[in-house]
Design a protein around this ligand. Structure first.
Ligand code: PMP
Length: 406
């Protein structure tokens, strides 16, 4: 059993009240809250040791550089990368996926080629590819889902042909919660000689990531969804790919030598890190990993699943007309739902007045919404600091809202 009170004590924001009620934060899929130890690292960075990295012989710069590069090593070992040089810091999953699309996609995709995505992708794993498609003229093929929100793996296998060049798939859906069998999917793609990009934004906070066990070619995630600072993400890439790829952006840090005639680029990972990085925030990622490791990712997932099962069972039994989107057996603690024909915004606004913070809308997955024939959903999502009492408060509030709306 986890000591949830002790865990919650690390998150001052969780003791807030809204409209005279305790705040129940259930929008963890959009961003999770940040424990004090992570905030302290950032505060320390600004108040004690702020200096630009890789730029100076002076002590402060050397300290800042060490803190950043230690964090890179921590991330690398946390995800099972062979080397810290395969870990590139970005602004988030979105920038990581744009980097892969632009740089690697630009290398391997051309006119007449095919890219495989799935219908449950976040816009961050759709639009960068569409931008590239408008330049290069390849085709995007899409894997459908079944009624429970699981990918149709037969359809996936059938999509491969001699023009397939790349697959990009989310490890877990931010709407349905479905955890995709990415290891199997990667093996299938590799059997066709096709590399795979994994959008791990929703997996990193809940699932042990082992990029080498998955054999992922690229893996992207965001720190702010895993108890870390906002504005920082990670792109893991296999060294063999990263070495061949052209830089994504140009500027300081990513060069070896610049002249007006010719420029040569820095070694990995700096070739992909143009400009001043968030050197204050990056060390805080290590703090977020320490926080998660201190509890244990399996214990985190188990606790969240208890909340998921409890809230789901009660919602299904007690709220007439409630539909849940995403009922796969392998799923993260996300409940996307609608009550009758009521607009998700109406439900979300009333829940907010009861102190329940949930997300409403299309969740940056409009193609999925179109596929499901709906405009959006209400989405509640759990993190390790949520409690059974909060799950009950949420269900009771949904019942009340259903009654108010009729
Ligand atoms: N992919 C998925 C599956 C997501 O849930 C999100 C965030 N909602 C993103 C990508 C984009 O992440 P970020 O906004 O942190 O770049």
């Amino acid at each position: 059993m986890l000591d949830i009170d002790a865990i919650r004590a690390e998150f001052p924001i969780l003791s807030r009240e809204l409209y005279g009620r305790p705040m129940t934060y259930l929008d963890n899929t959009a961003t999770s809250q940040t424990p004090r130890r992570v905030v302290d690292i950032i505060t320390d960075g600004y108040t004690r040791s702020k200096a630009n990295v890789h730029r100076g012989v002076h002590t402060l710069s050397q300290e800042a550089t060490k803190a950043q590069e230690d964090a890179r090593r921590r991330v690398a070992s946390w995800i099972g990368a062979e080397s810290h040089e395969e870990v590139i810091f970005t602004r988030g999953t979105t920038e990581a996926l744009n980097l892969v699309a632009s740089s690697f996609g630009g290398m391997v995709l051309g006119e007449g080629d095919e890219l495989i995505l799935t219908v449950m992708e976040h816009h961050a794993n759709i639009v960068p590819w569409q931008l590239l498609r408008s330049r290069l003229g390849f085709t995007i093929k899409v894997v459908p889902i079944d009624g429970e929100g699981r990918l149709d793996l037969d359809a996936y296998r059938a999509l491969f042909n001699e023009r397939t060049r790349l697959v990009s798939v989310c490890h877990a859906s931010n709407v349905l919660g479905t955890v995709n069998p990415v290891k199997e999917m990667i093996a299938e793609a590799h059997a066709h000689g096709v590399p795979v990009v994994v959008d791990g934004a929703q997996a990193a906070p809940h699932i042990k990531i082992d990029v080498r066990d998955l054999d992922a070619d690229f893996y992207a995630f965001s720190a702010h969804k895993m108890y870390g600072p906002t504005g920082i993400g990670v792109l893991y890439g296999k060294r063999g790919h990263l070495e061949k790829m052209p830089p994504y952006q140009g500027g300081g840090e990513m060069i070896e030598h610049v002249s007006f005639g010719h420029t040569t680029f820095a070694e990995l990972p700096f070739k992909f890190e143009a400009g001043t990085p968030d050197f204050v925030g990056i060390p805080a990622i290590a703090g977020a990993i320490d926080f998660m490791d201190g509890i244990g990712i399996d214990a985190i997932a188990e606790h969240e699943h208890v909340l998921l099962r409890h809230a789901t069972d009660r919602l299904v039994a007690e709220v007439p007309g409630l539909r849940i989107f995403g009922t796969a057996p392998e799923k993260c603690a996300i409940i996307s739902f609608l009550i009758g024909d009521h607009h998700p915004y109406d439900v979300g606004m009333l829940l907010d007045k009861l102190g329940i913070e949930v997300r409403t809308g299309h969740h940056c997955a409009q193609p999925l919404m179109e596929y499901l024939g709906i405009e959006g959903t209400v989405r509640a999502s759990f993190a390790v600091y949520n409690t059974i009492e909060e799950a009950d408060r949420f269900v009771d509030a949904v019942k009340r809202v259903a009654m108010i709306l009729g």
